[in-house]
Design a protein around this ligand. Structure first.
Ligand code: F1P
Length: 602
């Protein structure tokens, strides 16, 4: 890979847009041609690939097939949504903005609502933002994929949040335009237009919305989108669905999907806030300029590929020897650490202990709807104190610890934490955000730097401070770095085949379908055979009973919650014709999934 040329030609960058490229798949599920060899790449090459993939978010629209982030229509819709938010901020008593989503989309709804509510409070204005996440608050920190399939749950939670409100701007986020939980909520909004104005955020064109029947429902995601398109003509509903290109790891919408969600909603809400607090009009150019600040954020972050590579290598090494990666963060950047860590189990089939996040102030800082969740189990211990009590005593130099903070955090506190960790391991690193020209904190910062094996220092121009967007830029930048660290580390651990997560959890319909498709692609066996192998791996039997084959997908996915290595196992069965026991023992001997299946691929 050493000689890999990063200046890809336009044709490679845009190959996914061609009509005959994986035509049966929506953009969000396509595999990205840029990363087809990511499983064999060095840490540095992985980082560069992620950079190019992320840069696809800001590619200009070419032709009429796909709207993009910077397309005129997208900017216009954002302006309209911003105007609705402005009205709500001015009349907060009986109105609110609700964001809702599953998995990463719900976590970002939480992050964004917290940030903008704080901004309103600081101006002595009433908070107007609420979030809903499928599976409730426990899903902020752990994988709860099953509720995603339940539209009724979606409606119930929406009704609860909106009790007594006369005007609700509902923002349903589903990167793949696919989650029944969100479809149910949008359908409910469409049935009650006197109160609800629905907005859909996702990253596929409307015709690629999922059209699979939803249990006990008369609508599909696709039919809901069609109804919204009709109402969008009279601005009674809004669709914000630019394409951002396929994810670096196929279907991993936590990456670009999550970043683009954050960008779009922050641009709309910031415009609304500026309009209310400083009478700055919501203009097309203002919205465009703000979007471009995020494009600069990508450039600033990825201008240090070596620094990011060091972190990826360290984390990869820890995971390779079955040790752990810990993110110790301050403020909202810590939240991005918690989010990134929580996504590793559904995305890579990782154990919750593999990558963990901790936040200064714990649940006090998190300020989530349901308050402290510590009683739910050890994975819900998230405060720095928890790290000091539970993790630090057993920390070894094989673990990687990453401090995530900014120049405005308490440097003495960061320094103390660094010293405590350093007594146990030299494998301590930092991601540090500072403002251009900021020298005040440099002495303390130097001391912290001396304790760390590497420091990724990201410097932001002073203008970012002035326009008040610094916090959002730092958050996106941190998200990009942490996504690179956790994705890169799992790639290096051998969890990825080509650019597919093979060891994905099969815990909802979307993931079940993705798993079957992946088995078809890699084994070239017919769909029926692949589904059969998948069920054998889920139920851990060589002979499927009639009860198993006649159950619905929900039953399969419920059962799959307790099974591990389901897809690798099914693949080995398909490729070798072995029995379940033989396939299981093969995987035990070769825990690197990529290697375990690779030897049967040719
Ligand atoms: C929601 C989601 C993802 C998660 C996994 C399962 O997807 O929970 O966030 O990573 O892929 O689905 P979406 O509704 O935003 O497309």
């Amino acid at each position: 890979m050493a000689g890999l040329d990063w200046t890809y030609g336009v044709s490679t960058l845009r190959q996914w847009e061609s009509a005959d490229y994986e035509p049966s798949l929506p953009v969000s599920e396509k595999s990205n041609p840029l990363t087809c060899d990511i499983d064999r790449a060095s840490a540095y090459s992985i980082v560069k690939m992620l950079q190019v993939c992320d840069s696809q978010m800001f590619q200009k629209e070419a032709g009429t097939t796909y709207q993009r982030l910077l397309s005129d229509q997208v900017l216009k819709t954002l302006m309209e949504v911003a105007k609705r938010v402005e009205v709500i901020i001015k009349d907060p008593q009986e109105s609110c903005v609700v964001m809702s989503g599953c998995g990463t989309s719900g976590r970002l709804a939480f992050l964004i609502s917290s940030g903008f509510n704080k901004a309103l409070s600081q101006l002595n204005q009433s908070e107007v933002y609420s979030y809903i996440i499928a599976g409730g608050d426990r899903a902020l920190l752990s994988s709860q994929e099953a509720p995603e399939d339940d539209p009724r749950l979606g409606v119930l939670s929406l009704k609860k949040v909106c009790e007594g409100k006369k005007r609700v701007l509902f923002i349903g986020i589903s990167c793949g335009l696919s989650a029944p939980f969100v479809a149910g909520q949008l359908d409910f909004c469409l049935q009650h237009p006197e109160v609800y104005t629905p907005v859909l955020v996702g990253f596929n064109p409307a015709h690629q919305a999922r059209d699979e029947p939803i249990q006990d429902c008369t609508f599909t995601f696709h039919s809901v989108v069609q109804r919204m398109q009709e109402l969008a003509k009279s601005q009674k509903a809004f669709l914000i669905n630019p394409a951002v290109g396929p994810e670096a790891i196929s279907g991993s919408s936590r990456m670009k999907g999550g970043s683009a969600t954050k960008i779009l909603l922050e641009v709309a809400f910031s415009a609304a806030h500026a309009a209310t607090s400083s009478n700055t009009p919501i203009t097309h150019n203002g919205v465009l300029q703000h979007m471009m600040e995020y494009e600069r954020t990508l450039a600033v972050t990825y201008s240090q590929p070596d620094g990011i590579t060091t972190l990826v290598e360290a984390a990869g090494e820890s995971l390779r020897c079955s040790r752990h990666v810990y993110y110790l963060g301050w403020g909202s950047l810590a939240l991005l650490g918690l989010i990134d860590a929580s996504e590793c189990s559904p995305t890579f089939g990782a154990d919750y202990e593999d990558v963990r996040g901790f936040i200064r102030g714990g649940y006090r800082e998190l300020n989530n709807n349901d308050g402290p969740l510590t009683s739910l189990g050890p994975k819900f211990s998230i405060a720095h104190e928890d790290f000091l009590h539970l993790i630090l005593p057993c920390l070894t130099d094989k673990d990687t610890v990453l401090l995530i903070y900014t120049h405005s955090d308490d440097a003495t506190e960061v320094g103390n934490m660094a010293r405590r960790v350093r007594e146990k391991t030299p494998n301590l690193h930092a991601v540090y955000h500072q403002a251009d020209g900021d020298t005040a904190a440099s002495l303390q910062q130097d001391n912290i730097k001396k304790l760390c094996l590497s420091t990724l220092k990201i410097t932001w121009p002073q203008e970012a401070l002035v326009s008040g967007t610094l916090q959002h830029m730092r958050e996106l930048s941190t998200k990009l770095v942490l996504n690179a660290v956790s994705t890169g580390a799992h790639v290096l651990k051998g969890k990825i085949y080509q650019n597919h997560m093979i060891d994905l959890q099969v815990t909802n319909t979307k993931l079940y379908r993705r798993a079957t498709r992946l088995l078809q692609k890699l084994s070239t066996c017919p769909e029926e055979k692949c589904e059969e192998a998948l069920l054998k791996a889920i139920y851990r039997v060589d002979m499927l009973t009639l009860e198993m084959t006649s159950s619905d997908i929900t039953t399969h996915t419920c059962f799959a919650r307790n099974s591990t290595k389901v897809v690798p196992l099914a693949l080995v069965i398909l490729l070798t014709g072995w029995s379940l026991v033989e396939a299981e023992s093969h995987l035990k001997q070769q825990p690197i999934v990529r290697e375990a299946v690779a030897q049967w691929m040719w």
